[in-house]
Design a binder for this molecule. Structure first.
Ligand code: F6P
Length: 546
């Protein structure tokens, strides 16, 4: 993997000049010039996912220069390196191999002289057997009853990925109720406990490191709570499971070794839903559907590996994002799934994008002078239309957005889906073309400007969107969609010359929280605090009588 400063490339310099030429061009003019713009600026992934990127402030020259940028940054080499298992996560000296978890070929992938494919297959077998026994009712709780509820205790990647997928694929769900406890706020665990019956519930402690304070505190609380209620030593063996990399910590916690499902150091937390960390997904939709999810992501991996840059969906989306972030200077990007099942998708992507690319030191150890990750936000449509879309249409900033919708709904009720789809289309059209009026030209409609005042109804348009249409949200297409975004993030990290697979900023917060926590119980407050933190700790201690 080469460490190229993107701003020093020939393409970057050219893009700067090109930006001056293009920045005032209206989207409607792009469409007027090129009657085939829709077909020229769109791509299929099989017969499953369709990307329309025509409503962007780009033309052929923009794309030509962006592809040149990708080549100058040796993107193709970096892609190969990741798939081959090179230790591209240099700051943690690790390979990045979530792609191996879904690999369908019979090849070997070797990390530190070990063929990891054999380990992955072994673990998948174990997951299959266990999940079947829970779903079929063969696995019995301590009083001999079958399992009805599953509680996943995990945070960050050990929560958001599994949660997003089980929600997105709720249509495929079986009889098991899946609950998630992530926050250290005691309310979450207490509220989940109100909904479950200990006799028929299993707990999955989902933590790669098996040391994350939120997860271990919740797991500890549940362990004691269950023991106090059941008074049964066997309870723990029949009801508690660990999904982790740190086997020793799980054993020390008291988890039976047969109840440990492994994943590995080369699986990043936010890329772990494809591993044992996704056990709650398997329990919710069954192993066969989980296999389809893996297969869909594998096929997207193949697309990413083999399609030339101009037809490579993750590459095209990543480059367009770099274009807005670094040349138009935009600060945020939004994701709007027009599918209720996919409501957790923006939240999931927030972690993937921002924990991966929210960095400011480049791969040469220098502060970046360019922009890395935009802020990612979003919500499900059409609810967002009746909330913050006003700002998208008429606010002072512009926000590139991805609109995502299935062509076929799982729940067709009257003409609901057609109405949903027409809203989806209306939004991307209105954002692109506004009320179709050019404020600077002389042909302004009288109704928009009168007495030298601009109508409050004026919507300028020229706001870019990508439309992503899935044929249907299935395990296969969702797997492909998630992998698409994973690869988009990877491409951005490579070109922006940052390390996408560590999260040292998050680690700092964890360290400081530990030291503050310990201070709550000391008589004297650590006097190395700043006056604000110290003042807040004092008030807290006074009000809570500590
Ligand atoms: O939030 C930081 C982080 O390290 C994430 O990357 C990870 O997904 C999460 O914490 C949970 O970590 P673990 O699975 O080790 O409990």
């Amino acid at each position: 993997m080469k460490n190229i400063n993107p701003t020093k490339t020939f393409a970057w310099q050219q893009l700067k000049n090109h930006f001056i030429d293009i920045k005032n061009i209206q989207m409607k003019d792009f469409f007027n010039i090129d009657k085939e713009r829709f077909s020229n600026y769109s791509l299929f992934f099989e017969d499953e996912i369709f990307l329309d990127f025509s409503k962007n402030r780009i033309n052929y020259e923009t794309l030509r220069l962006l592809f040149m940028l990708a080549r100058e940054c040796y993107l193709s080499n970096a892609i190969q390196s990741m798939f081959l298992g090179d230790k591209i996560n240099k700051t943690e000296n690790r390979s990045v191999l979530h792609t191996a978890l879904r690999n369908q070929l019979n090849n070997n992938i070797v990390v530190d002289n070990i063929n990891i494919m054999a380990m992955i297959k072994e673990e998948l077998k174990k997951i299959k057997k266990f999940s079947n026994s829970i779903i079929n009712g063969d696995w019995k709780g301590y009083t001999g009853k079958s399992i009805s509820d599953v509680v996943n205790i995990g945070i960050g990647g050990s929560h958001l990925g599994p949660y997003m997928v089980t929600e997105s694929l709720k249509y495929y769900k079986n009889h098991l109720n899946i609950h998630y406890v992530s926050n250290i706020d005691g309310t979450e665990v207490v509220e989940v406990l109100k909904r479950i019956n200990l006799e028929t519930t299993i707990f999955l402690i989902n933590s790669k490191s098996f040391s994350t304070i939120e997860t271990i505190s919740n797991a500890d609380y549940l362990k004691n709570w269950c023991f106090l209620r059941t008074k049964c030593k066997e309870y723990f063996t029949r009801h508690f499971f660990a999904l982790c990399e740190n086997i020793t910590a799980a054993l020390n916690f008291g988890i039976h070794d047969k109840n440990i499902f492994k994943f590995w150091k080369w699986v990043g937390g936010r890329y772990s839903l494809w591993s044992a960390s996704g056990l709650s997904i398997v329990l919710s939709i069954g192993f066969k559907n989980f296999e389809s999810l893996l297969y869909g992501s594998y096929m997207m991996d193949q697309h990413f590996l083999h399609q030339e840059l101009s037809h490579n969906i993750p590459v095209v989306l990543a480059l367009i994002s770099i274009w807005y972030t670094n040349f138009f200077n935009i600060e945020t990007e939004a994701i709007f799934p027009y599918d209720t099942y996919m409501h957790a998708f923006p939240e999931y992507l927030q972690q993937s994008y921002m924990e991966s690319n929210g960095k400011s030191i480049d791969r040469n150890g220098k502060l970046v002078t360019w922009k890395t990750s935009p802020i990612i936000w979003g919500h499900s449509g059409t609810n967002s239309q009746h909330s913050f879309f006003q700002l998208l249409h008429q606010g002072t900033m512009f926000v590139p957005c991805d609109f995502i919708i299935p062509a076929i709904s799982h729940n067709s009720v009257n003409d609901h889906h057609e109405k949903l789809l027409s809203n989806f289309l209306a939004q991307t059209q209105s954002l692109a073309f506004g009320n179709n009026i050019d404020i600077n030209s002389k042909t302004i409609f009288n109704s928009i400007i009168s007495n030298n005042k601009i109508s409050y109804k004026y919507c300028p348009g020229n706001k870019p969107t990508n439309s992503i249409m899935l044929k249907k949200i299935t395990p296969y297409s969702l797997g492909a969609l998630v992998a698409l975004y994973e690869h988009k993030i990877f491409v951005q990290g490579i070109i922006l010359n940052i390390f996408s697979f560590d999260q040292w900023g998050v680690e700092l917060g964890k360290l400081v929280a530990n030291s503050i926590f310990n201070d709550f119980f000391k008589k004297n407050i650590n006097n190395s605090y700043d006056s604000s933190t110290e003042g807040l700790v004092r008030i807290y201690k006074k009000w809570s009588n500590i």
